[in-house]
Design a protein around this ligand. Structure first.
Ligand code: ATP
Length: 374
């Protein structure tokens, strides 16, 4: 665990970058430092590995004041990843990744073997190992940066806006990869970003800093979104706070199993199912149990089968795994306003109606009453 105890950093020109910071970074979790430009995120991060020394206060690493550990020893146990990867341009990828093992005096073949294993681990083709950094895309370079930071298997990883220089799609896949790696590796990660979406996606805990280097709030993402501590945090979380919050609410929706029809059913059967259920929108299911679309029983021809009908678009969610946000997103894809629940194999398990979704979202809003405005 990393603990900031009343840490202040005053630069030589008098700038107070970090002001009396008290923060706990639990072991094996991702703690994100987020806040507007200049709020002291990078300074806070670099005080952990002593690239910058605190002016006042202490940072404890498992109870030991980092100021009592000499920087090279300290940094051996702390991986560091920065924006644009910061790779050595004249070293091959494999040698970049093996940098710390070489420094630790590992023999070359062991260090290279470790580097190859890590390249695979971060999702890179090992054929890239013999290239130089300029021969890789930005996203690939960033993965190499992560692999290099992990090379000596440090318990702590500091990541300073590691994914901000790549396009949004690559960025999403790097974030997903980091979460996947973390579920295996359980490192203690401190991650700096100015992007609140990235913060709530990656963080087990999110610390929001304000300019002047003070801590505005630290909480798990769901709490942060539902109960921002003050106007500054609320504003920083932005206008989509309500929608984003739904990502942390499981889609525990009542599922109707009487609203499906097989794709070879006769029209009269469709009408019968609609009449019995009292609802007109029905989900059409193929012979493999997978969804094919929605039909509106209020708009049926007099005869024929479901196969003759124009099916309307649909969205699905996995009940018991996906969030309420995913279920709502699925509903927004369908003119029925409902979402089709599927299992992990994509087979239909039921239907969440528009009414059930509305009830679930208003229930969430009611829970938030008194914990935040707007
Ligand atoms: N070497 C320095 N000397 C003086 N002031 C500095 C120095 N380094 C940073 N600062 C100032 O300290 C404050 C915090 O800087 P820091 O880089 O920690 O912020 P940040 O939150 O990481 O910002 P950004 O998101 O823009 O990278 C800023 O006002 C910055 O100008």
């Amino acid at each position: 665990m990393i603990t900031f105890e009343g840490v202040t950093k005053r630069y030589a020109d008098g700038t107070i970058a970090v002001n009396d910071l008290h923060l706990e970074v639990p072991t094996a979790e991702i703690t994100v430092l987020v806040g507007p430009s200049g709020c002291g995120k990078t300074t806070s991060l670099r005080m952990i590995n002593r690239m910058i020394d605190a002016t006042e206060g202490k940072i404890l690493l498992d109870g030991v004041d980092v100021r009592t550990i000499d920087p090279p020893t300290l940094r051996r146990g702390i991986g560091y990843v920065i924006q644009q990867a910061g790779l050595f341009p004249h070293r091959k990828i494999v040698d970049n990744v093996a940098t710390v093992p070489y420094l630790l005096g590992w023999d070359k073949s062991k260090a290279r073997a470790r580097a190859m294993e890590l390249l695979e681990r971060v999702g890179l083709d090992t054929a890239l190992a013999e290239r130089y950094p300029f021969q890789l895309s930005g996203g690939q370079q960033q993965r190499v940066g992560v692999a290099r930071a992990l090379a000596a298997d440090p318990p702590v990883l500091l990541m300073d806006e590691p994914f901000s220089a790549v396009d949004p799609i690559v960025r999403t896949s790097l974030q997903d990869e980091l979460l996947r790696l973390q579920s295996d590796l359980h490192k203690t990660i401190v991650f700096v970003t100015h992007d609140i979406d990235e913060a709530v996606k990656l963080g087990d805990r999110v610390a929001v800093l304000r300019v002047g280097g003070t801590l505005a709030q630290v909480a798990d993402p769901a709490t942060l979104l539902s109960a921002p501590a003050d106007d500054f945090v609320r504003e920083f979380l932005g206008r989509d706070r309500g929608i984003r919050r739904l990502s942390f609410v499981p889609a525990d929706l009542p599922l109707r199993t009487d609203l499906t029809v097989p794709d070879d059913a006769d029209i009269s059967k469709v009408a019968g199912v609609a009449a019995a259920s009292g609802l007109t929108w029905l989900a059409v299911v193929d012979s493999g149990g997978r969804p094919s679309g929605w039909v509106n029983a209020a708009d049926l021809p007099l005869s024929g089968t479901v196969a003759d009908l124009r099916l309307m678009p649909y969205g699905t969610f996995v009940a018991g795994r996906d969030s309420l946000r995913s279920a709502l997103d699925a509903a927004l894809l369908a003119p029925s306003g409902g979402a089709i629940a599927v299992d992990d194999e994509g087979r239909v398990t039921g239907v969440a109606t528009a009414g059930a979704l509305a009830a679930a979202t208003s229930g969430i809003a009611a829970e938030g009453v008194g914990t935040g405005r707007g």
